[in-house]
Design a protein around this ligand. Sequence first.
Ligand SMILES: C[S@@+](CC[C@H](N)C(=O)[O-])C[C@H]1O[C@@H](n2cnc3c(N)ncnc32)[C@H](O)[C@@H]1O
Length: 180
Amino acid sequence: MSGMFGERRDAPKHKSVEWYTPGWIFDALGLHFDTDPASPHDMETCVPAHTKYTVFDDGLKQPWRGRVWLNPPYGPTTPQWIRRFIDHGRGIALVFSRTDAAWCQEALRSATAVLFVAGRIEFIPGKENAHKKARAGAGTLMLAFGDDCAEALQRLSACGVFMRGARPEATSTALALEAA
Ligand SMILES: C[S@@+](CC[C@H](N)C(=O)[O-])C[C@H]1O[C@@H](n2cnc3c(N)ncnc32)[C@H](O)[C@@H]1O
């Protein structure tokens, strides 16, 4: 786990991923997380997590323990993060609402509960984005894995469309189609 917040010139960062989750989301969830595998190396975030991995640790190569908070870097590695999260099976992920993407379809099929957030969340800019408008360029989808996380996500249900048991519904739809 990296504990450094000083400047590092060689930081392999991409400005586009340096947007952080606002604290009101964690206040509403009322959960503490064991692991945040994708965290900035030069700034403390609002994420209430015991262990935070940064790009210097490479969170994809680290053990993920317990309840995980995941707001992954967006780009070519997003599918890897989401598939690792699905395999882990416990936590809450916040992602761009790319419901047509294969990684998103997989996550929707596997989640205990999902929340399609209404409107656009104002994320907290990282140091390199401080001068920019903080509103996201796309909608947000939150995915809960595990009953405790689904219950917590339900506390945010006024913020959008909350659905429980995406997995059983997907299964029953598939069965109905097979039977037809
Ligand atoms: C969208 S931000 C989310 C930050 C924080 N988890 C939150 O929810 O506010 C994604 C973060 O992952 C970091 N990151 C990028 N690649 C990483 C890697 N391989 N391992 C760990 N963190 C990484 C980025 O530097 C960025 O700070």
